[in-house]
Design a protein around this ligand. Sequence first.
Ligand SMILES: Nc1nc2c(ncn2[C@@H]2O[C@H](COP(=O)(O)OP(=O)(O)OP(=O)(O)O)[C@@H](O)[C@H]2O)c(=O)[nH]1
Ligand SMILES: [Mg+2]
Length: 259
Amino acid sequence: MRLASWRELWKLARSADVTIEVLDIRDPLSTRSKRLEEMIEVLGKRLLLVLNKSDLVPREVAEGWKKYFEGRGYKAMYISATSRLGTKMLREWIKASAESRPFTVLVAGYPKVGKSSIINALRGRKGAPTSPVPGSFGYTRGVQLIKVEEGFYMIDTPGIIPVEGGWPEAVIRGMAPEEIKDPVPAAMALIERSLRYNPSALRDAYGIQETDPYRALEVIALKRGWRYRSTGEPLVEEAARAVIRDYHTARLYFYVPPP
Ligand SMILES: Nc1nc2c(ncn2[C@@H]2O[C@H](COP(=O)(O)OP(=O)(O)OP(=O)(O)O)[C@@H](O)[C@H]2O)c(=O)[nH]1
Ligand SMILES: [Mg+2]
């Protein structure tokens, strides 16, 4: 899977008027890149944090995260690109902050936070391809300049390499699920996180009562008839990949409340 390089982002950020860092509001701290933020600061450029996918969390949670970042000196906004919530406000904010025309907005962030979807929402029609999981057809492979309207451009970028979100973020976003060699530990971490924030996450997604992460993967595999041909043991790797995909599509549902 192709990701954005820091060198490339540096050049783009230097040429852009404003940079938007897109975060997944379900878990903003795991999808935040301090390195990107520092880079923009060093360049002396403007940064806007856009907390996307706000249709997936209660309004007070979205407000809480906005306040959390504002309290730390950031300009922050929450939106839903696909439900078109707050996108008009974002568009107005960008236009108001543009000092001259033409102006360019760099859109950066981890894979699958909705960068391309935001550009499409602001543009009002599809221009940037999108996809549900990392590496699946439609993910952003290269830098693309997109015209939103006369004199207003946005730069779509591939996801940045998720190093700081740490593990398992680097695994679940850094490559296509089918490319992950051992998806079990990352899926187990994801299951633990889901259950911590939403005790009924597994029941709702898979109709299972199991709460031990490894057992849960076994049960999911068995329910779907995924077994090793040789031994008949549950194919936990396949179940783990399914769990990772289901997190991206929010079938496995949880959100982290603001501290
Ligand atoms: N529920 C919800 N889903 C969203 C929202 N925005 C984007 N998505 C979905 O999230 C997935 C990823 O969106 P993309 O726009 O492809 O994300 P991206 O950041 O451009 O991804 P890469 O180019 O792979 O880095 C897609 O399935 C979108 O439909 C949103 O506001 N709410
Ligand atoms: Mg994209």
